[in-house]
Design a binder for this molecule. Structure first.
Ligand code: MG
Length: 392
């Protein structure tokens, strides 16, 4: 029986993790969870199970819920997340938080000897080096939940590390894979939010449309599988059936395939090396799919993929700048304050203006995150005039 602490229970990965727990009550027990401001979701979970510890974003929500559920201990805010992952009870933390806010809880959980099932991309994008050091120091496991990394992780089972030549990460191409640069300038939030294959949260769907998400996955793969950037390829595969591949030194390509159902990677991250049934999941009938397509990504139409490779190679605080600028820019786009292509312009600006620190410490990386957010917010306050700035 694995005892789980679930961070980000109300999001897309979070709710599907709850589904996995409900489907396998003999394997998994939820001992703590966090939701942000969606306390309705917290009530739903607490009406279903008795959970000893719960964390919410706001103090007033915590006080309200404490009155309604006297058997549960409530925590709040960023500190509350750290309290949750420091609990004695719980041997696995499922980190399904969105954004760089997920980094500190991962590091804290590792230092409390918890294994990590990781869906939070920023943990590795922003703090990959520090997370690897902590994993080594505390001798705990980290398993990937993201479908691409899970696919690679599955392909790697039984393969010697030195026999792996290349990782091939597949990409659906996002909502705008067939649009020209001119068309991209004026796409709407609604258009961006309709992803062709996967049903995900709003921010990640936008990141998928800019290919920033794929860029982040390249950086994560670098840390997760100790692979040089030169040997991590991205391949656009519009059917989203092949979830990613590895190529071995004898040029064999191993792929993991299936329908687009995140419960499989969530479950596998917790069950490895065992596999359990995914309740009510569809079988993948290749005879119906018939044909699979693969093509090289277009770095000119989607320059953020290239930016991710560059920042990944630079290391230091480069990815912290990239991510923080991206997070603020995507929020601004979702609030219809900027155009779609302004997202990449803002990121380029931040990368130019915020000081690059090659051997950044964890503290400097976290400072960079804050500094970049402030910089971008201030810049956006200046209205659209900033677009006239010389950098563009
Ligand atoms: Mg993914």
């Amino acid at each position: 029986m694995k005892k789980l602490i679930l961070l980000g229970a109300s999001g897309s990965i979070g709710t599907q993790t709850l589904d996995v727990v409900a489907s396998h009550p003999d394997e998994y027990e939820l001992v703590a969870f966090s939701v942000g401001k969606r306390i309705e979701e917290a009530r739903k979970i607490l009406n279903q199970w008795r959970i000893p510890h719960v964390c919410v974003s706001r103090k007033e929500d915590m006080e309200q819920l404490a009155l309604e559920y006297p058997d549960t201990v409530f925590h709040f805010g960023d500190e509350g997340l750290l309290e949750l992952v420091s609990l004695k009870d719980g041997d696995w933390v499922v980190n399904a938080l969105v954004g760089s806010v997920g980094l500190k809880p991962t590091l804290c959980a590792i230092s409390h000897h918890k294994n990590i099932a990781l869906a939070n991309k920023e943990t590795l994008v922003v703090g990959g080096k520090f997370v690897l050091e902590a994993l080594k120091k505390y001798q705990v496991e980290l398993t990937p939940i993201d479908s691409e990394h899970s696919a690679i992780y599955q392909c790697l089972q039984g393969v010697r590390r030195e026999d792996v030549k290349k990782l091939i990460i597949t990409a659906s191409g996002g909502s705008f894979r067939d649009k020209t640069r001119d068309e991209l300038e004026n796409v709407t939030v609604q258009q961006a939010l309709s992803h062709p294959n996967w049903n995900m949260g709003a921010k990640i769907t936008i990141d998928s449309a800019t290919l920033m998400n794929k860029g982040f996955e390249v950086i994560e793969a670098h840390y997760l599988f100790d692979m040089e950037y030169e040997n991590i390829d991205v391949l656009v595969h519009r059917e989203s059936i092949v979830h990613s591949m590895i190529q071995t030194v004898d040029n064999a390509i191993l792929a993991q395939m299936g329908t687009a159902d995140m419960r499989l990677p969530i479950q596998y991250a917790l069950s490895v090396p065992k596999r359990y049934e995914v309740k009510n999941s569809d079988e993948c009938d290749l005879s119906i799919i018939g044909t699979l397509h693969f093509e090289k990504p277009d770095f000119d139409r989607f320059p953020l993929l290239k930016t991710a490779y560059e920042c990944g190679k630079k290391e230091g605080n480069a990815c912290a700048i990239l991510n923080a600028a991206k997070e603020v820019a995507v929020s601004a786009f979702l609030n219809e304050k900027i155009n779609f292509l302004d997202i990449e312009r803002i990121i380029a600006l931040a990368l130019e203006k915020i000081e690059y620190i090659e051997d950044a410490t964890l503290e400097q990386v976290l400072e960079t995150d804050q500094k970049t957010r402030e910089f971008v917010r201030e810049y956006l306050k200046g209205g659209m005039e900033w677009k006239q700035s010389s950098i563009f």
